[in-house]
Design a protein around this ligand. Sequence first.
Ligand SMILES: Cc1ncc(COP(=O)(O)O)c(C=O)c1O
Length: 459
Amino acid sequence: MDNDTLAINGGSKTITVFEGGGPPKIGHEEFLEMADTWGYSAETIAEIRRVIEKPNAGGGPSFIHYGNPRSKVTRMERQVAELFNVRHVMGVSSGTAALHTAYVAADIGCGDEVLVPGYTFMATAMAVVVARGVPVWCEIDESMTLDPNDVEKKITPRTKAIAPVHMNGYICNMDAIMEVAQRHNLMVIEDCAQACGARFHGKRVGTIGHLGCFSISSYKTTGGGEAGLVATDDDALFARVQGWAEAGGLWRPDRYAKSRWPGELFCGVNYRMSELEGTIALVQTQKMDAQLTRWRANKRRILESLPVYHELTPQAVHDIDGEMGHGIGFFPETAKEAERVVAALQAEGVGCGTRGANPGRDWHYYNYMEPILDKLSATSDGCPWSCPNAAEAAAIEYSPDMCPRTIDLSNRHVRVNVDQWWTEHDCKQVAAALTKVFDAFYTRNPSGNRWLDVIAKKN
Ligand SMILES: Cc1ncc(COP(=O)(O)O)c(C=O)c1O
């Protein structure tokens, strides 16, 4: 056959190879840039450069999550599912994305009400609005988490879900919340952004309600950049989670196939977790339990020698063995008193803080969350607030003083930080400093009880 015969007809192929070719798209430069971010010394970076610039250093990572058998995101999702004893986990781009995804999966839509605590990061309530629902703030109780009694009072015919938040590592009373939810046929979406790995009565938080949301951003105890997780035991809910967060259904084995069942496909967004985040989360979720064990042990060490006082109320703890354990909370009688005791403790070298009598603006307290209080929307149509389908729910009257107990408790609450790396001696010092200040200001309860006895008895 001559050279003119088309290759498709058996002739020789015109192009068999290209001479040009460059390095992998992601090479050692990006890796070195990351090493720089982590603060390695110049000598270490030079050493890393020497190794990874070798010609046989490898083809470079792909950083592609889907369909890649080596995907770190997939490995991390499986690992967390196993660690948390839950059927499904999906890695997403942030805790806010996790909440938005979970609300959509739970079918929160136009005018549906979701009960949220007045003390949480604004994302918990904001993501309800983004899903076109209406957040209804509820009081917290002395555990600094959602008060199940107030939840029950705020239920209306439009209520669709409860969003308990395990705030600051403190764990909600999930027995009481699930009981209310079951009686009123409500979905429960746990916000575990600040409690990754914690448990309530043996079960991991985020696996007790219908859906669990986690932030694993750099501000959290597990996580290094911007990322989140959604967990659920429910296959149908998980299909909706994936449908929403993977661009409407791209995750499917045949990604462009038509709906395999009614309701499978809908318009979604891309909230996928990146492989870089997956890589960090894969390692950090392995470190998580050891970290929690260290915190809890140190909190116990301090509390077991700390006397109780008439004028101080220890923060209620719903599961002393399950919570994160990186803070000890208590309530003096007034916010002014909280300031006084914090100043004295800080002078002794104790890391602690309080909102106090003149608290600053902070989007962790509902009364500063104006985008919600003022019913602001991202688009000029005013949705959901001005949507006729949401009219009844949107008529809610928000005001900065609608949850007075939350404000009172928040302003009086004192948090003493606990470090996971403290030695026994360090814990003794902290207990001694607390006792010194408390003895100077307050009256010991003559029962001789220790702080731990009081908290553990209530668990
Ligand atoms: C209680 C709570 N919920 C949700 C979020 C949102 O998480 P992310 O910052 O990863 O979007 C945060 C983050 O601070 C949080 O503390």
